[in-house]
Design a binder for this molecule. Structure first.
Ligand SMILES: Nc1ncnc2c1ncn2[C@@H]1O[C@H](COP(=O)(O)OP(=O)(O)OP(=O)(O)O)[C@@H](O)[C@H]1O
Ligand SMILES: [Mg+2]
Length: 376
């Protein structure tokens, strides 16, 4: 059986592709046969990170001009690669006959021990389809509020569409393990309260300049700089994943993955409702709420010199996550498939031009939770 791991994120540029490539390299080192499916239909970067130049992509397979085995790139640092490109988008529009032929041709992928899907960021149909079809989703976030709120939004849409498997969360570009844990705990608290999905801490990768140095050299950083903190963390994460396979991963035939993918890709997905009246009223109501006293801060950090910094970040995080979880946050326009032509959700460029953060609103978190509980 092939283990399928979908690596995804709400926000772009958080490190999915680097994580995929380096995890796959570690799985290969452990004696497994990994393959990465570059499922980022926009700006797939696997080829850049691995220094390869694919001649053909999944699009040629979807068009019936090539077979999967023709487009596979073999043994780049022990990893095989399937360049998805715009072919990913075309999968959803195929005829039923085309789909069954394609599913049959995908059967050659069953020889792999693990297949990583490196998705685009955000809540587009293809991202949701890969996640819904997988038994194992690795959500990559950083401690930035935008990354966490977008990650939360992705989990919310998954849960709205019936996804219930536990999601493993990787904290990337972390300041340190302790801070990453504290941020994850806050994120987890909110998810537990509002969503029927469980999240687990899978590990953290520190912010490390050797990562971008390796990108420049087009080689996985775990191979170029194996003794750095980032590389060691990837090794630990790979070990964690090897020790903790997804629920039911080994029981589900690979064919089922593609059938489920096609099914989700062809259905109308449920998206969060936008509560217009509440959106207009909520900020005032919230703004008038008293600030929580410092003694009610989310985490007690003791005498540690980091405490002020940690406390400030977590308080800001509480504000932003709660604001978003109450659906005050405008979900990005590209939530729905009707957003043809607009920038992808989480597109880093888009974020630079117009940051998506909601305004910071002072909030009595406890009072809000009670109010929300009473409303429900
Ligand atoms: N642990 C890290 N430390 C420092 N820089 C990092 C780390 N992880 C990723 N980066 C940097 O972040 C940038 C984005 O990484 P990457 O392309 O892997 O993200 P992504 O989530 O796949 O992006 P996209 O959403 O565009 O596909 C790169 O410049 C990379 O060098
Ligand atoms: Mg990427």
């Amino acid at each position: 059986m092939t283990r399928v791991i979908t690596v995804t994120s709400g926000k772009g540029g958080v490190g999915k592709t680097n994580l995929c490539v380096n995890l796959a390299v570690q799985f290969a080192k452990a004696g497994l046969r990994p393959c990465i499916f570059d499922a980022d239909l926009g700006l797939g970067n696997i080829n850049i990170l691995m220094g390869i130049h694919p001649e053909h992509t999944l699009e040629d397979v979807v068009n019936g001009e090539k077979r999967i085995s023709d487009i596979l790139i073999h043994d780049t640092c022990g990893v095989d690669i399937i360049p998805g490109g715009t072919g990913v988008e075309k999968l959803a529009a195929m005829t039923p006959e085309g789909v069954s032929q394609l599913i049959e041709s995908f059967s050659c992928l069953e020889d792999y021990d693990v297949l990583f899907f490196d998705t685009s960021a955000g809540i587009s149909r293809d991202v949701l389809s890969f996640c819904m079809a997988s038994q194992e989703v690795l959500l990559v976030v950083t401690s930035e509020p935008t990354s966490l709120t977008d990650g939360y939004s992705l989990l919310k849409v998954l849960s709205l569409n019936g996804y219930r498997d536990p999601v493993k969360v990787v904290m990337n570009k972390a300041k340190n393990e302790r801070f990453a844990r504290a941020v994850f705990d806050k994120f987890n608290e909110t998810v537990k309260q509002y969503l029927p999905i469980e999240v687990f801490y899978a590990g953290c990768i520190p912010a490390d300049e050797t990562v971008s140095a390796a990108v420049t050299r087009q080689r996985p950083f775990t191979l170029l700089y194996p003794s750095t903190r980032a590389a060691v963390s990837i090794e630990q994460l790979a070990q964690f994943l090897l020790d903790n396979p997804g629920v039911g991963t080994s029981d589900i035939p690979f064919e089922t993955f593609w059938e489920k993918y096609m099914e989700v890709a062809g259905t109308r997905l449920k998206l969060p409702k936008r509560k217009k009246t509440k959106l207009a009223k909520a900020p005032d109501a919230v703004q008038n709420s008293p600030q929580p006293p410092l003694s009610k801060a989310p985490v007690s950090t003791g005498d540690n010199p980091l405490s002020g910094q940690v406390l400030a970040s977590l308080n800001q995080l509480t504000t932003v996550i709660t604001d978003m979880s109450a659906e005050f946050k405008e979900f990005r326009r590209s939530l729905s498939e009707q957003t043809n032509g607009s920038a992808a959700p989480g597109d880093p460029e888009n974020d630079q031009v117009a940051p998506q953060l909601p305004p910071i609103i002072p909030l009595d978190f406890e009072a809000y939770k009670k109010k929300k509980h009473n409303e429900d």
